[in-house]
Unconditional design. Sequence first.
Length: 329
Amino acid sequence: MSKAFASQADLTDKKITFEQLSKHCWAYTTEGDPNSGVIIGDNCILVSDATATPAMAQDLIKKIRTISDKPIKYVLLTHYHAVRVLGASAFVAEGATEIIASQGTLELIRERGAQDMKSEMERFPRLFRNAETVPGLTWPSMVIGGGNPMKGEVPGKLSINLGGVVVQIWSPGPGHTRGDTIAWVEDEKVLYSGDLVEYEAGVYTGDAQLEEWPATLEALRALKAEAIVPGRGEAMKGQTEVNKALDYTKRWVETLYTAGKEAVAQKMDLKAAMAHTRKSMDPVFGKVFIYEHCLPFDVTRAYDEASGIKNPRIWTAERDKEMWAALQG
């Protein structure tokens, strides 16, 4: 029997937790769904990741308004995926004046944002409820340039003083995408990683740079964060727990990519590569949230990268379904 496409059968609401991690930092976590972060200064507020639709962003805005009436001025896009960025217009309506992204994220929005929006809406119907409220693609108004630190280049860095708390924003290196961007509150040791880090949930790698990702995780580890808001999964508190999330993500990425390289070396086709990858992934990760959703996209990307396709191929709604039928049918 074929599995329901992606997350189309996942229609159950998840428990939302809004918790304080430090004096100025909050986590909005959603039981394996995409998380957001909130940093509240004396003068204004920054939100990290904007949710999937303006209608869904309203819940986050309501949570913020239970604790602060400061203006929401900044919205950070940690990467370009629709499920993270299409709710941004709700914050603009609330008064946000700056949508922040890296140069790499801007390039990816230009290159594949429209295809990604259609693709993700069909994969995650529950997350895109009230999709008619999305006015179109989300475009940054403030772009952070700079080089790739994995190549010894200096990354661009933006420091924003919200009043009593400074947020540092930069790209630590490629991983989940080539434009991944973090928010780091150094004085309080709180890291907002976006989907560079996940915990006890599927690690989606369909648009990833798998070879570089582990080194990027080690760059995050060097920050010695005392709390992290991962892209999915609970907020982790204490350096031991932060490292647990980093280790979880690194193990997923390395196990997946090793299997992909083995499949290519043995001249397997993609279907055989999927079966081969399951041997090492299923026993460790098979029970986590959205595992079966992520795995076929992940195997396809690992197979491509191991075959020399460095820039991920663009996912379209049509390509999604063709791949799914071949690997999960």
